[in-house]
Structures are given as structure tokens and as C-alpha cells.
Design a protein around this ligand. Sequence first.
Ligand code: NAD
Length: 397
Amino acid sequence: MIVSPKIRGFICTTAHPDGCAAHVQEQIDYVKSKPKLENGPKNVLVIGASTGYGLASRIVPAFASGANTLGLFFEKPGSEKRTGSAGWYNSAAFEKAATAEGLFAKSLNGDAFSHEMKAQAVDIIKNEMGGKIDLVVYSLASPRRTDPDTGEVYKSVLKTTGGDYTNKTLNTDKGEVEEVTIGAATPEEIEHTIKVMGGEDWELWMNALSDAGVLADGVKTVAYSYIGPELTWPIYTDGTIGQAKKDLEKSCAQLNEKLSSLNGEAYVSVNKALVTQASSAIPVVPLYISILYKEMKEKGLHEGCIEQIERLFADRLYSGDAKLDEAGRIRIDDWEMRDDIQSAVAEKWKTVSNENFSEIADFQGYQDEFLKLFGFGLEGVNYEADTDPATGVPSIA
Ligand code: NAD
């Protein structure tokens, strides 16, 4: 079939197998262009490994440090009639490239919140990865979670924790600046969002791995967070998702205590706002990202997921100095949060409207990156060619 983008709101329901492979290769090439990691990890588990920050967190240790990787995700396989999800094809392409270099690379496709997936991961680490892992990356972005003990389903919401909040937003379908009002969450919605996106499951993972004896001495674990500028605080940092991220920080402190007997370390890394499947669903944020991209590109500071994660590993996690902030977090959002960038974005935010949007924001860059997430718009890919959506299959354990 000819695979072309089918966009519905803020998602694309198709993905191109060859385009996704080209996107993964672009990221591998970037990592290979950088110096190898001294003392990098050798056996890595990435939870949420198929797209966005998690995929980059699988590519960096593999190609900068020669690491074996086990990747876990929730993706849809392709069939003769329908394309699979981008993360499915990304993972197949990653595995092909990693195994070609003699690296172990296997994947698990299923619900990371379940006991079963944790048990399966432990089995693979024990039987196929030499018994111990030295890095666990937790990079899940999920709208719901089934509690593995009670079976209760929790849904996360993107709402404020105060009153209504009105601001500008980008209608990414139409490319128009609009106003949006986001309502306040109920206490129950806040609690549910914390259940889904907070630290409980990260701790459950680390407990399961520790109880099974598969964590190496000196193991590190990292989970990702976001803070951003004040203009997005009502919907992000002070909103329901921000409450979940605060919970992640509490879990990080618990994990640091727990891992001390193994000389291990747990980190929360605050990353830059980037176009990913998860972030495009957040109101206000895509408009902020479009303005931010323009500003950061003009100053030569723009980074995508792979550049962020390469810098996170090289300059923080494996540099001997993680350069933590006053709250004990890694700040790889440092360039985004620079005063000159933030004051320029804030100025533009005041005046941005439909009339001046294309001059003061990088909507083209936003759209190009959004399409790239699904394997569209990559150089060297023949989008006119008949493509079999059932090809490109990761080795699911
Ligand atoms: P993403 O949507 O690209 O990736 C999410 C990953 O989670 C995918 O691999 C998906 O398959 C997996 N997943 C979702 N539900 C799952 C489940 N039940 N079981 C197994 N796997 C599941 O998201 P992203 O933007 O890369 O976000 C990753 C983390 O980074 C999140 O914690 C997010 O808050 C954080 N973060 C994102 C940004 C940003 O701007 N995108 C900025 C800072 C921090």
C-alpha cells in the first residue's frame, strides 16, 4: 500500500515503516558522530522505549557505550491492511541496527504497569543479559493505568489544580492560534493522574528488579520530568501532571535510599519541551514549543530528543557530576530555561496572534517534527513506493 499521513486532531493514525527506520537511523548517526561514553552503561532496561525520549534513551547507550538493551513499550503491530504504530517500526529498526553491531536488543510489547511485564523483564535479564542491569530508564507517558493488584483503572487528566485557566493555544490541525479554557480537576482526578504518571510504578519496577537480584552494583535509574516557563505552569507544573511529577520526585528520594546498599543512584531529569506524541496532546504547550523552537534555532541552541539524551548521558549521568539543582534534579532543560530564551519567548507570547504567528513562531518546524514522529518527510524515503505495513517487526520476547 501507499502509506501517507492520516492526521486526526493531535495524532497521526498511520506510520511509515521505512520512514520510521530512517528517523531511527538519523538518531543513530547523530550518536555515532559524538565521542563514545567513558564508563557508560552496558546492560540497560528502558521502560517506554519506542518513541520520544525513551527511544533516544535506548539509542544512546547502545551506540555510545555498546550497551545491550531490553526495551519495553505498548505498540501496535502492522498487518497487511493497516500500518502499525510508529513505535513498533522504530523498535524494529533499532533492533536491526543494534544486532548488526553485535549488541543484544530485545523488546517486550505489553502493559508496563502489570506484574507480568515485570516478571518477563526479570526473566530476560537473568537468562539472556548476563543476570544484571546497570541502568533503568523510566520514560512512560500513558493516559491510563490498571492497578496490578486491584484491577482498578486510573485515568490521567490534563487540568489545573486551581480554577479555570484561559490562555492562547495552537490548533495544530488548522495552524491557528485560538483561546482555550482549561477547567480545574476534582481531587479524585488529581489522585488518578498521580497514580498514572507519578512514581508508584517506577518504584514497583525497581523493587521487582531489586527483589529478583538483577540490579548491578552501582546501578543508576532515571525518570523524566518537565517544568517549563510560568506561562505553562497552570496547565503543567501547577496542574494535575505537575502533581504527578512531584510524586515522581518523592519516589526518586525513596529509590536513592533503597539503592544505597548497591551504591546505586536514582535521578529525575528535567528535560526540554519537545514535539512528541505525548506533548502534542497538552493544550497551550504546542504554541509555546513553536515559539521556543524559533528562538532556540536562531541562537543555535535547538535540540531534539536525541541531542537532549546524548547530552544527559555524556554531561550528567556518566560525567561524574550530574550538576543537580537545589531540589536534587538534573536540569537538561538548562538551555530552554536560559534567561535570554525565556524573556524572548515571553515577549512573543504577549503579542502572538493568527496574523503574526508564521513570523514569530516555527510552526513549519513543529509540523515537520510532528510528521517525522510517524516516519513522514524523511529524506531518501520513497513515499510513492508500494510499502508492506507488515514488515519491520521487532523481536518481541
Ligand atoms: P512518548 O509518547 O513519545 O513515549 C511514551 C512511551 O511510553 C512509548 O514508548 C509508549 O509505547 C510507552 N507506553 C505508554 N503506555 C505504556 C504502557 N502501559 N506500557 C508500556 N509502555 C507504554 O512520550 P515522551 O514525550 O517521550 O515522554 C516520556 C517521558 O518524558 C514522560 O514522562 C514525559 O512526561 C517526559 N517528558 C516529556 C517532555 C516532552 O516535551 N515531550 C519533556 C520533558 C519530559
